[in-house]
Design a protein around this ligand. Structure first.
Ligand code: ADP
Ligand code: CDP
Length: 241
């Protein structure tokens, strides 16, 4: 009996505290790729908050809601059931029990998501969900988005703000979408700039760097270099250096 209680106390003393990391930045800076890889390396959970905004947007479009009608979007904000799987090697997103990973990446959803994510009722709902998921992560979590450091997790142990030139970001996104011509690249760059402007310009928790975030410009870095940099920043934090 006595031995058991000693073992439990020792485990409680030596178990590392959960680490909460927020990674924000505009589109194409490498948030998703970096966050997933870093979480997998360090045994943390991973949350893609953009996938949740896309999931609500997909539900609105599928249910005939005019995404420019702020009142209609606000009224429907609580209706869809959104469930995020936080394993970094196989993250999932489900809407009302159905896998939504494919449908949330269509150009229609990408074009509509900034309007839906600007509605305060949508943000309030998802912010609450994101905080609950972060609080439940046993060893900690890497949460990526636009307002993690400023609004969702203002007390995160580490905040990173990724940046990259617009040209680099557009080239990465265009490559991902299979764009080959100069006009494909120009169209991707224009869409990306429009979405960033909307996300940065909205009233409700806009895309912004938290005052205490570490900014990493990824323009000239490989993905591996960015991952290494973030892993080092987290390990330094955990060691208190
Ligand atoms: N540092 C980098 N150098 C080159 N390509 C990158 C880099 N970081 C990410 N990428 C690529 O750019 C694309 C967009 O990255 P992603 O992680 O989805 O960005 P975000 O989540 O910020 O929109 C992906 O194809 C990814 O592999
Ligand atoms: N924390 C977040 C995350 C995403 N979003 C919104 O969701 C959209 C899609 O996010 P995403 O991370 O999937 O974007 P990309 O990876 O396509 O750049 C963004 O353009 C924002 O409008 C947000 O408002 N707040």
């Amino acid at each position: 009996m006595r031995k058991v209680s000693v073992t439990v106390e020792t485990a409680a003393r030596t178990a590392p505290a959960a680490v909460i990391v927020g990674i924000d930045g505009p589109s194409g800076t490498g948030k998703s790729s970096t966050s997933k890889a870093v979480a997998a390396k360090l045994g943390l959970r991973y949350l893609d908050t953009g996938a949740q905004y896309r999931a609500i947007t997909w539900w609105m479009l599928s249910n005939g809601i005019d995404v420019r009608d702020t009142a209609a979007v606000a009224e429907a904000a609580a209706k869809p059931g959104i469930v995020s799987g936080t394993d970094p090697s196989a993250p999932t997103i489900a809407v009302d029990g159905a896998d939504a990973a494919g449908p949330i990446r269509t150009p229609e959803v990408t074009a509509a998501v900034s309007a839906v994510s600007a509605v305060p009722e949508v943000r309030a709902r998802l912010t609450e969900l994101q905080r609950a998921i972060a609080a439940e992560a046993p060893r900690g979590i890497v949460v990526e988005g636009r307002d993690i450091g400023t609004t969702v997790l203002p007390d995160a142990d580490l905040k990173i703000f990724l940046t990259a030139s617009e040209a680099a970001r557009a080239a990465r996104r265009s490559g991902e979408l299979g764009g080959k011509s100069a006009s494909d690249l120009a169209a991707t760059q224009a869409a990306l700039a429009k979405r960033d402007a909307a996300d940065s310009g909205r009233k409700a928790s806009p895309l912004a760097k938290a005052a205490d975030a570490v900014e990493v410009d990824t323009t000239e870095l490989t993905l591996e270099q960015v991952i290494e940099c973030v892993v080092t920043l987290i390990e330094d934090k955990q060691q208190g250096t």
